[in-house]
Design a protein around this ligand. Sequence first.
Ligand SMILES: Nc1nc2c(ncn2[C@@H]2O[C@H](COP(=O)(O)OP(=O)(O)OP(=O)(O)O)[C@@H](O)[C@H]2O)c(=O)[nH]1
Ligand SMILES: [Mg+2]
Length: 615
Amino acid sequence: MSRQRKIALVGNPNAGKSALFNALTGARQKIANYPGVTVERKAGRMVLPSGEPVEMTDLPGSYSLDPTSPDEAVTAKVIRGEFAGESAPDALIVVLDASNLEQHLVFAQEVIALGKPTVVALNMVDLAERDGLVLDPAALEQSLGVKVVPTVAVRRRGLAELTEAVASAELREPVGRINDLSLVERRVAAHAMADAAIISESRQHRLHSQLDKVLLHPWAGPIILFALLFVVFQAVFAWATPFVDALEDGVGLLSQAVVAALPEGLGRDLITEGVLAGVGSVVVFLPQIVILFFFILAMEASGYMARAAFLMDRMMAGVGLSGRSFIPLLSSFACAIPGIMATRSITDPRDRLTTILIAPLMTCSARLPVYAVIIAAFIPQQTVGWGVGLQGLVLFALYVAGILGAMIVALVLRRSLTKGAASGFIMEMPKYQLPNLKDLLIGLWQRAWVFLRRAGTIIFMVTVVLWLLLSFPRAGEGESQVDVSIAGRLAGGLAVVVEPIGFNRDMALALIPAMAAREVAVSSLATTYAVAASDEDEEAQAMALGDQLKARWTLPMALAFLAWFVFAPQCMSTIAVTRRETNGWKWPIFMLAYLFALAYIAAGATYWAAVAAGL
Ligand SMILES: Nc1nc2c(ncn2[C@@H]2O[C@H](COP(=O)(O)OP(=O)(O)OP(=O)(O)O)[C@@H](O)[C@H]2O)c(=O)[nH]1
Ligand SMILES: [Mg+2]
């Protein structure tokens, strides 16, 4: 008796290979690892219509026979029969996702060109039809030169036809050498084949493809993305201002009410200076947080975010990262902690480490209150032509500065500490859809709640501790309370270090508690100035934080403070999560050191450049 024949399932990730494998082999499977690599080897037994038992292998999803990851390397080697101890499959089933036909055909052509007996499973036709796309297997058969069987793996539709076709698939002449057809040529061919296979397409489906043509256009796409982000940051200021003003007035009124209701004393000071001035100064930025997340959530829910990742892929490759880093980096705009945790999906360890190290440079939402308070105080509320607000422009520039910083750091790291080749990446595009209003509101509520909870817990506690350190020991007659306080003295020591970059004592004082959470920089300043103002006249006490800052800082100082926050590793939790994800102290310490160095240089350069420019 001859050796049992082998059939392998190949295709892009998510084509439905495993679903087909399960449907074809049932419970008769064996799962092990390929020797030497931690890639799962799934094999099972299946009986052909002739009664002949065959071995079926479910190969890891792949985009190319030219591998960029350990998974893809296994697939390429097994198909070609180059994997040690593993005989080449006798026949192949190429699995395609019918609604992503064009993309999946790029790899399919490469596999079919090998000349092995091959059958194509046109899978997920149910989903394609639901989306208004009807395909013609015969047309596809014609252009591919192999049998095409429509299947719905999860409903076991088309399985009998598929096994029939595999049993009778024949060896074909290999089509030249695979390398003869470049990736670009295969893409062009895939486009033509997918087009030719369409029998009917709903208006919606066509609209979506046309939308993709514009939004994913090589040069129009990035311009649209950039313009969209620009609008977002304009809106963060333009829309939020009235709400922020109203909240500020509310906190002011509350403070006055407390002053009127309670007798003078430390208890009243704690409430007005610590809680209301401090925590209140952070809470007033809730509208900005909500507006920013409104856009982020809407971009996600509409299916645009995945396209933005696709557009960014090329730019990321330019600095030695793959598009796989995009989603972790994007989540870092909310907070670096989930961002760093999301790097687990990056297979290449050096790619992953680089992404972890630059994640804190993405402007997390905790920085927004810091930026917003300084910008509102120092950047005039004027337009710079075409209705573009200067404040929004500065905010946009700060975000861009963080991104550019990250790109440069990645570039340097990929040539030194985390040297290695970048891996390729293609991602599935979700359907476009109108965001569901209810989901959007729930998402916004969750974000707002996270922000308020931080204000009520960590920011509250740190601010109260700071207030205590600022209020004791009590100042005597004619002394300044901040000067004699414990916090004032500690900050006086630190001020020596940050004086060369233009920071005064109060700024130095804000940096220490801000290690707990960046927003605390705002509440610290507010509390410090509230305590300081209590020594001064009535007028000083009534001043809002923005006016206090304007009265006590110069413009170069304010700009230097902004530059510091673009880079500084202010938050301890990020360092802690980096330690956990990299299993040691080496990388978090490196991260801390390089980010502080960058922050110091950036703040200093900004300060001295602004002074030189006469600002
Ligand atoms: N509606 C529908 N869903 C399907 C079909 N085939 C697979 N799926 C679903 O699509 C998803 C991906 O299928 P998998 O079988 O895991 O894809 P895969 O090709 O093995 O993916 P990788 O292992 O990542 O390469 C799963 O949630 C399946 O249940 C189909 O024909 N119709
Ligand atoms: Mg699978």
